[in-house]
Ligand binder design. Structure first.
Ligand SMILES: *Cc1c(COP(=O)(O)O)cnc(C)c1O
Length: 225
């Protein structure tokens, strides 16, 4: 790790944290980045990290301090749940009953309750995962889901369309804020609204987000090889 890069990560973190209200949790999205980069953020005080691949998260978990909270933010393959069930702190992208059932099953094996967020489909583009709002309500009200003892739905997550059009982004975030607020009145376990990435987190916070997932603005742009 050269000194310049170390300073860059720590300065970026400090700058972003200075813009976040106290009630907003920062998830530092470290996918594709080396363990040394995460260590720099850790040394600056960051304790919440987000990864989108189970295997990569497990490898980093094994190498880094154990007081880190690991968030799985990517689309989850059910057959991978077992590899992270013993340590994952929050699973953001849950969008099916089957995934909830698998999280419950694996949570039971480790005698813990895995916290998760239901991912809502708010983007107009087709490529994004997530549940229509009606299906979120259905899952929350399902007796089978209520009987799961080892998985707990603690909030909602959404990703806006990748666009320059800030009005569109704002209206997508607002639609999820409205659903979240209305569901909260009957489901008091819903506490977390995870919305906002490097390019749109300010808009997300204006629309009720209390958890932002920021990667490239902290660690620099990613190279997908
Ligand atoms: C990669 C990723 C982010 C972070 O994206 P940046 O634009 O680098 O901040 C946030 N959320 C999810 C689900 C991601 O996959």
């Amino acid at each position: 790790m050269n000194f310049k890069l170390k300073k860059m990560i720590q300065d970026n973190l400090k700058e972003i944290l200075s813009t976040l209200p106290d009630h907003v949790t920062l998830v530092a999205v470290s996918k594709t980045k080396p363990v040394s980069d995460l260590q720099e953020a850790y040394d600056a005080g960051q304790r919440v990290f987000g990864e989108n691949k189970v295997q990569e998260m497990v490898e980093k978990y094994d190498q880094l301090p154990k007081d880190i909270e690991w968030h799985m933010i990517g689309h989850l393959q059910r057959n991978k749940v077992k590899y992270m069930a013993h340590f994952v702190d929050l699973v953001h992208g849950v969008d099916s009953f089957k995934t909830l059932a698998e999280l419950n099953k694996q949570g039971a094996k480790h005698n813990r309750t895995i916290r998760c967020l239901l991912q809502a489909k708010i983007a107009k583009e087709d490529s994004k995962f997530g549940l229509p709002f009606e299906e979120i309500t259905t899952l929350l009200n399902s007796e089978e889901v209520k009987n799961f003892k080892h998985v707990s739905i603690v909030g909602l997550m959404g990703m806006a369309t990748f666009t320059e059009d800030e009005d569109q982004i704002a209206s997508e975030f607002q639609s999820l804020q409205e659903v979240f607020t209305s569901l909260q009145s009957s489901h008091d376990q819903l506490q977390i609204l995870s919305m906002g990435m490097s390019g749109d987190y300010q808009i997300a916070i204006n629309h009720g987000s209390n958890m932002v997932r920021i990667g490239s603005s902290i660690f620099g742009s990613r190279n997908y090889l």
